[in-house]
Design a protein around this ligand. Structure first.
Ligand SMILES: *[C@@H]1O[C@H](CO)[C@@H](O)[C@H](O)[C@H]1NC(C)=O
Length: 238
């Protein structure tokens, strides 16, 4: 396995990360057993959730049956996505501990992320657009904006689904930091823009910049680029 990884990394000369990194909460499935359970239920491939490999059973299913599997995922989190090894595929040589609820005891969202930036001998360019969260809001919300109570609901959902601890403190801090206090009253469009900023920074920009930072800390050559976009009448323009 290790030799395969070395071979693959030999093939990579430079790395380009566009609008995302492995540290984004949507990049890693933190509860892969829930996905496994959903797939097992939809396909009738039952067995022991932890111990059994579904693959032999899935190979007997038709393409239609496989494509009809729907995995409901919480807002802002992925359905099918890579997951940290040791959660479903147990590696006998390292024996990553699995907690009683089936989730791995360490997840990328809580770790420092050094392991994801451990390629200083390869150049890295990471890129962002001005706002990475247009897809998080409905067309109507984008066009007309919304009031502060609706914003609070969106942010609460985001915080609840993306963090484990100190949820109220994180929520209050976000609200405070992303409110323009110089503005006497908030209008629906400025509330919308602030919410877009929170989501964009939280789930994409900050995790990506962190990877760039860690890569340069390790002595790698690191470049950053940004595509400026803006929202006009609910449609974003390059
Ligand atoms: C905020 O907007 C929602 C609709 O999106 C509405 O139901 C609610 O009454 C509004 N709240 C306030 C305080 O204006």
């Amino acid at each position: 396995m290790i030799s395969i990884l070395i071979l693959i990394s030999e093939l990579l000369h430079r790395v380009l990360l566009l609008s995302g990194s492995g540290l984004s909460p949507w990049a890693i499935q933190r509860d892969p057993l829930a996905v496994k359970r959903a797939v097992a239920e939809h396909t009738g491939c039952h067995g022991d959730l932890l111990e059994d490999d579904l693959a032999p059973c899935l190979r007997l299913k038709s393409l239609d049956q496989l494509l009809s599997v729907k995995v409901e995922s919480p807002r802002f989190l992925p359905g099918f996505a890579p997951f940290v090894d040791g959660t479903i595929l147990l590696n006998p040589s390292t024996n990553v501990p699995v907690t009683s609820d089936g989730s791995a005891s360490s997840t990328v969202a809580t770790s420092a992320g050094f392991e994801l930036a451990d390629f200083p001998e390869r150049d890295l360019m990471f890129s962002l657009t001005s706002t990475e969260s247009y897809l998080d809001l409905s067309a109507q919300d984008l066009e007309f904006g919304f009031n502060e109570s609706r914003r609070d609901r969106i942010l609460r959902t985001y915080v609840r689904n993306s963090y484990y601890y100190h949820l109220n403190e994180i929520f209050s801090t976000l609200k405070n930091e992303y409110t323009d206090w110089e503005r006497p009253t908030q209008n629906p469009l400025s509330v919308r823009d602030a919410a877009l900023d929170v989501l964009s920074d939280g789930h994409t920009a900050a995790p990506l910049i962190r990877i760039g930072y860690l890569h340069s800390l390790r002595g790698g050559k690191t470049f950053f680029s940004i595509f400026i976009t803006k929202l006009e009448n609910g449609i974003f323009q390059w």
